[in-house]
Design a protein around this ligand. Structure first.
Ligand code: UD1
Length: 341
């Protein structure tokens, strides 16, 4: 069996996916430039699976190095491409940084995959491509809306680039997974999310508030047209999300795709409001969370949750972990990292 290349394999979703790949017997090679990750994650992965993945520090923006990497690794059977910048606010301030980090690198990898036969590719996309969908739950056929940020745009453009490349490269098979909101951590507390600075995402902000690093969580708006007035999202446990990559890869390797470019929503199918997430956290942690209702955050959509029928039927994948499971693991992880730092 050849190797599976995981770019950004030391990041939040990448590291959990490496664990699930190793659990299924895949030989993994990680590349990561450590721009938003740490070498400690390698130790976390191997202490869960008992296998140390091969790791190479590589900046995917360095085209000659990417070419050399693929030349020396002709046995790569599949590529799961996580490496990308993901802070929405930063992308508004530094659009060219995002286009360079997320688009140039994608082009360089695809250029190498055109030379590799056969080539299998999985892309980290996002539900952000749908914006505020007109119909809920959101199916893969929902129209793609104008991107709200350069970050969101890199996911839309990324999908287009892959689709166009697949059209002219019959030996290239690709799947774009559109993640809803990834949360939680591995239950072993050996790997999890490591946000740099003040977290922009809800769950790490909740756990950091509960542990005392942040004073108070602001709930961004309680006057939305939802049951309790707060925004609705589809929070998917990162371990379920990681497993979706393994089944998507198997689909590519088994050649059971109906086209050489497919997209899948990866979510639970259930929407939860911000207040429901807080309630879940309070229940599993036994702690009261200090929060206040604040103004709406610019750019937030009201409600987004997935129709997962396509992933259920074609990938044979379904989320199995609950919001409570995710909040419990996120809280255990937060306590673990604070104890060890
Ligand atoms: C954000 C990104 C999205 C990205 C996703 C990855 C934006 C506009 N969108 O989605 O592109 O793919 O993260 O996970 O940033 N909330 C609070 N208080 C907080 C933080 C968040 O009330 O301190 C609320 C938000 O208003 C939202 C929900 O919690 O309703 C989830 O927010 P967040 O975790 O930032 O995710 P998204 O905005 O859905």
């Amino acid at each position: 069996m050849g190797k599976i290349l995981v770019t950004g394999g030391l990041g939040f979703i990448g590291s959990h996916t490496v664990v699930e790949l190793q659990n299924k017997g895949f030989d993994v090679i990680i590349i990561d430039d450590l721009s938003n990750s740490s070498m400690d994650v390698l130790g976390g992965i191997s202490s869960i699976t008992g296998i140390a993945p091969t790791y190479e520090k590589l900046d995917l923006k360095d085209k000659p190095k990417v070419q050399t990497f693929f030349k020396t690794h002709q046995d790569i059977q599949g590529v799961i491409h996580f490496a990308a910048s993901k802070a929405v606010g930063e992308s508004v301030e530094k659009p060219l940084l995002y286009y360079e980090n997320n688009i140039n690198t994608l082009v360089y990898i695809l250029q190498e995959l055109q030379k590799l036969k056969p080539a299998n590719f999985i892309f980290s996309s996002s539900c952000t491509v749908y914006g505020q969908a007109d119909e809920l739950p959101i199916t893969e056929n929902a129209p793609i809306k104008n991107a709200e940020s350069p970050y969101g745009n890199t996911k839309q453009i990324g999908e287009e680039i892959i689709k166009d490349t697949c059209k002219v490269t019959p030996h290239l098979n690709a799947i774009a997974l559109r993640y809803f909101n990834p949360v939680g951590a591995h239950k072993s507390t050996k790997i999890g999310e490591l946000p740099i600075g003040v977290p922009q995402n809800l769950v790490p902000f909740i756990t950091q508030t509960a542990i005392g690093i942040r004073e108070q969580l602001s709930v961004f708006g309680d006057d939305y047209p939802t049951s309790d007035g707060t925004c609705i999202r589809d929070y998917i446990h990162v371990v379920d999300l990681a497993k979706a990559h393994v089944v998507a890869l198997q689909r590519l390797l088994n050649k059971s795709t109906y086209s050489n470019y497919e997209t899948f929503n990866i979510g639970t199918g259930t929407g939860s409001s911000v207040l429901e997430v807080i309630k879940s956290f309070e229940k599993v942690s036994g702690q009261k969370l200090n929060y206040k209702i604040a103004d709406r955050r610019e750019g937030d959509i009201v409600s987004a949750y997935a129709d997962t029928t396509k992933a259920n039927t074609k990938l044979g994948w379904k989320a199995t972990l609950t919001l409570d499971d995710a909040m419990r693991s996120a809280w255990k992880w937060e306590q673990h990292i604070r104890k060890n730092n």
